[in-house]
Design a protein around this ligand. Structure first.
Ligand code: ARG
Ligand code: ZN
Length: 875
């Protein structure tokens, strides 16, 4: 079944009030739903009522308290239909359903994770709990009574505020929760179990006292303190920056160990993958701390952008997700180094969204059709969706952007809104026309700008010629011209920006060229000396650039550009060009050779104390093999890419060995651990240097020393990775892996790092290694974190192992995906996207990848999740 945006129409019935009672039991939970149903004005009395279900067993139906005769309704596990409901405009429908949380391995609806009852309803999980008009525009006020055994579940939670608790017979107890804010069913949540609680408190700007609680497994309370700190900072930040305050008396977070995604923003009761809550220096890396901060903020920010204002239908997913990602990006930028954060965002977007936009799964930020909505929680909706909001801010400027946000929120508070509503608020607040700009929501594909420049010294004129094009994507062959805000700078020979006036060609405002036509020629006058052109500063638009640029100019920008994002881009472009040349050489049986000036400049950047260490770490990191593959575009041979990249890494290491070693020793922390961005930046730089230093004689020794003396997980895991990847099979590498397993064998989240490290060991041997790890005692195909750590990492990060020329990597992958899909279709479908770029491989691998895709498609009873991904990938 295909769902289309143009088919939207309001439902015939509304459900202003929803009462739920859960009699929790591991295998047989009874749910009694009391739905206050209201016929929408203008709908004919007696219009049939249809409610969605999913794998439900119906035990009873009553209308206005009277049991309904079996002939008066039709019920399947997927649908409850009442052909002749009461003709009155309001009536009560009581439904009793039975569900089995213990056998729910899809982790949608009500399930159990390590004995804890837990729900996940977004997008369509509520219908696995009771029959309902399960769509995001069906706003209802919920009152929820939870009953369970006191021993099994001392903690009983749901949305909103706690209104009553009490004891029942046979060792059971109950709690009643009431959420005064009307909300869609996807924001419903229930948690019940035996959990430890970290308590705290936040006082909002207007003086409301909010009780905060983070619920985790017993013994892990201390590991939740960083998340609590991040939560309080998020609450304060949203007040300061957007004037948005929290609105209930309690805010609870629960960490569970089986979860399909990162986390979920249920009203007043966020549920998290424990990976994004639990952290301390001994078990979490700096990347883990940064992710926790970002995701805690993200889910909290949804309280306004997602919950108070929700989506009319799932086509509008980016309305809440793109905006909320933008908000969490800005939060992290304010908490950390803005430039470093922005570079990390650019890297993520390129690594995840660009291949999506450039492959068979491409779709607009606001899709127009879907078969399985679960498959649209994508980098395009989230990350590109955030970039679109950022561009609105660039076009409007910060003041009008804030006015637009205020207008959007006051105008739509309590609504299920659309992207049109959102854009209109910014148009009305600023008086600007965003109709051409709105194409960013509706048109898939990554726009490309082709740029050339000319300098006329005599006339003092500098010209930039820019042409835009948007490549075709599935079902959109012709594209319209976009409004692209391109930030730029003309960098003079002294490294300072020139400030010439543009005479014509396009609107140039505050260092941004507004491209709206196919071709623009922008002329600047009073430019005596030829500038170096710094483009897409701050990554102002999510585009690709084709620029004719001299290597000297790029080297100059890599040293001098005042915009750190563009400066980092210059060194990345230089690396990429060198690596592509290296790749061509390797393919032609020649040795890859690299420009001395580049190799030398890297040493200079490494030692430049005027740059923050975190920036230097990024500037020293070579593009990943997958990045290089994407830039090459077609006929990909991952082995040749690997060889070229290793050669460049070694050339840099040899040329700069002395500088790197001195720097490495000088960065030795020593001081007490702190997770702050500056300390993390020093560790990042030191660990990049360790990687370069692990070549030549006595090579593993430095890594062994760091592994043995590390006082935090960031340094320990980095050393382990160097040993496992560069010295695979070496006794010192084997010993380090064994010691790590010995120390952390009982801590699944830490063991995920151990799986990840081995899943990325380069070379043909990885397939057998990963296969054998699926039988490791700590591994389970039923736990999404384990699956992602081992199988997900192998298929997306191990280019030489996964893409083994004989296809063994693909065959193992296909088998495993089918095993996982029996348990959890959503996780299997997500995993299967690893093959989306199969058409850019060289012919032998391409054929093997296609066979693997066909073998995944073969079973007849494939889930709609996996079938949708595979069919679009093969189309
Ligand atoms: N709304 C959640 C978030 O972004 C994601 C939940 C998606 N869940 C799913 N099963 N598709 O924070
Ligand atoms: Zn979200």
């Amino acid at each position: 079944q295909v769902f289309r945006i143009e088919d939207y129409r309001p439902s015939d019935y509304l459900i202003p009030q929803t009462g739920l009672t859960f009699a929790l039991a591991p295998e047989e939970t009874i749910v009694t739903a009391q739905l206050e149903i209201e016929r929408r004005e203008g709908v004919a009395p007696g219009t049939p009522l249809r409610l969605e279900g999913d794998e439900l067993a119906l035990l009873g139906v009553a209308v206005d308290g009277e049991p309904l005769d079996a002939s008066a309704y039709e019920a399947t596990s997927q649908l409850l239909s009442i052909p002749r409901p009461p003709r009155s405009s309001r009536f009560t429908l009581t439904l009793v359903t039975k569900v089995d949380p213990s056998r729910n391995s899809s982790l949608m609806g009500l399930f159990r994770s390590n004995g804890v009852y837990c729900t996940q309803c977004e997008p369509e999980g509520f219908r696995r709990i009771t029959y309902f008009v399960d769509r995001p525009d069906m706003l209802s006020v919920y009152t929820v009574r939870v009953e369970a055994g006191e021993d099994e579940a001392p903690i009983l939670l749901s949305n909103g505020n706690l209104v009553e608790t009490g004891k029942l017979e046979r060792g059971r107890h109950f709690a009643v929760w009431h959420d005064p804010f009307p909300k869609p069913s996807y924001l419903f949540a229930l948690v019940a179990g035996d959990l430890a609680v970290l308590h705290d408190e936040f006082i909002t700007a207007s003086g409301r006292k909010v009780a905060l609680g983070i619920h985790v497994e017993h013994g892990k309370k201390e590991r939740a303190s960083y998340a609590m700190d991040a939560l309080k900072r998020s609450m304060k930040w949203d007040e300061d920056i957007f004037g948005l305050e929290y609105d209930l008396d309690v805010f609870n977070i629960v960490a569970v160990s089986d979860f399909n995604m990162g986390a979920m923003e249920n009203k007043g009761l966020n549920v998290f993958n424990d990976k994004y809550v639990l952290a301390d220096e001994a078990t979490a890396t700096d990347a883990d701390f940064a992710n926790i901060e970002a995701i805690i903020a993200h889910e909290y920010f949804h309280n306004w952008t997602g919950n108070r204002i929700t989506c009319r239908d799932w086509f509008q997913l980016c309305l809440k997700e793109g905006l909320t990602v933008f908000r969490d990006h800005e939060f992290s930028a304010d908490q950390r180094s803005r430039a470093v954060k922005r570079i990390a965002e650019v890297r993520t977007l390129r690594a995840h969204q660009f291949p999506e936009d450039q492959g068979p799964l491409a779709h607009p930020v606001r899709p127009r059709r879907y078969r399985e909505i679960n498959n649209f929680y994508t980098a395009t909706v989230y990350e590109k969706g955030s970039e679109v909001v950022r561009m609105i801010r660039t076009i409007l400027g910060p003041d009008d952007f804030r006015k637009g946000m205020n207008l959007y929120i006051t105008r739509h508070d309590g609504d299920a809104a659309t992207i049109e509503d959102f854009v209109k608020a910014f148009e009305d607040a600023s008086g600007k026309d965003l109709s051409q700009f709105a194409l960013w929501y509706h048109q898939a594909g990554t726009p490309n700008l082709s740029v050339s420049t000319a300098h006329d010294a005599e006339r003092g004129e500098f010209r930039i010629e820019i042409e835009q094009s948007v490549p075709p994507t599935p079902s959109e062959s012709r594209k319209r011209l976009m409004h692209i805000p391109l930030a730029f700078g003309l960098v003079g020979p002294d490294g300072n920006d020139m400030q010439p006036a543009a005479v014509d060609g396009a609107t140039v405002e505050d260092g941004v060229i507004h491209l709206k036509k196919r071709r623009h020629v922008v002329r600047f006058q009073g430019v005596k000396e030829r500038p170096s052109l710094s483009l897409n500063r701050g990554f102002s638009a999510p585009i690709t650039l084709s620029v004719e640029q001299k290597p000297e100019d790029l080297l100059f920008l890599a040293r001098k550009d005042s915009d750190l994002v563009a400066r980092w881009q210059a060194s990345t472009t230089l690396f990429t060009q060198a690596l592509i040349q290296g790749f061509r050489a390797v393919r032609g049986q020649k040795q890859a050779v690299f420009d001395d000036a580049l190799v030398e400049a890297i040493g200079e950047i490494a030692a430049d104390a005027s740059l923050e260490p975190a920036y230097r770490a990024l500037a020293l990191t070579l593009p990943a093999e997958a990045d290089i593959a994407r830039e090459i575009g077609s006929h990909i041979d991952p082995d040749a890419i690997f060889i070229a990249r290793e050669a460049l890494s070694q050339a840099i290491a040899q040329r700069n060995a002395g500088v790197f070693a001195t720097l490495y020793e000088g960065l030795d922390g020593g001081a007490a651990f702190s997770p702050d961005a500056e300390s993390a930046g020093r560790r990042a730089l030191r660990n990049v240097l360790l990687d370069y230093l692990a070549v030549g004689e006595g090579a593993p020794d430095l890594a062994v020393r760091q592994f043995e003396t590390a006082t935090n997980m960031t340094d320990r895991a980095a050393a382990l990775t160097v040993l496992a990847h560069k010295f695979s099979g070496h006794e010192k590498s084997v010993a380090a892996l064994a010691s790590f397993e010995n120390q952390y064998g009982d801590d699944p989240l830490v063991m995920d790092k151990w799986y990840q490290t081995q899943a990325t060991v380069p070379g043909a041997g990885a397939v057998d290694l990963v296969r054998s790890l699926t039988r490791h005692r700590g591994f389970s195909l039923s736990n999404p974190n384990r699956v992602r750590a081992l199988i997900g990492t192998f298929s997306t990060m191990n280019q030489t192992g996964f893409h083994r020329a004989d296809g063994a990597g693909y065959r193992f992958f296909a088998e495993t995906v089918l095993e996982i899909e029996k348990r959890n279709p959503q996780v299997a479908a997500r995993l299967a996207t690893a093959l989306r770029s199969w058409r850019s491989l060289e012919p032998t691998r391409q054929a093997a990848a296609r066979d693997a895709l066909l073998s995944i498609a073969a079973p007849e009873n494939l889930s709609s999740d996996l079938r949708d991904i595979i069919e679009r990938t093969l189309a």
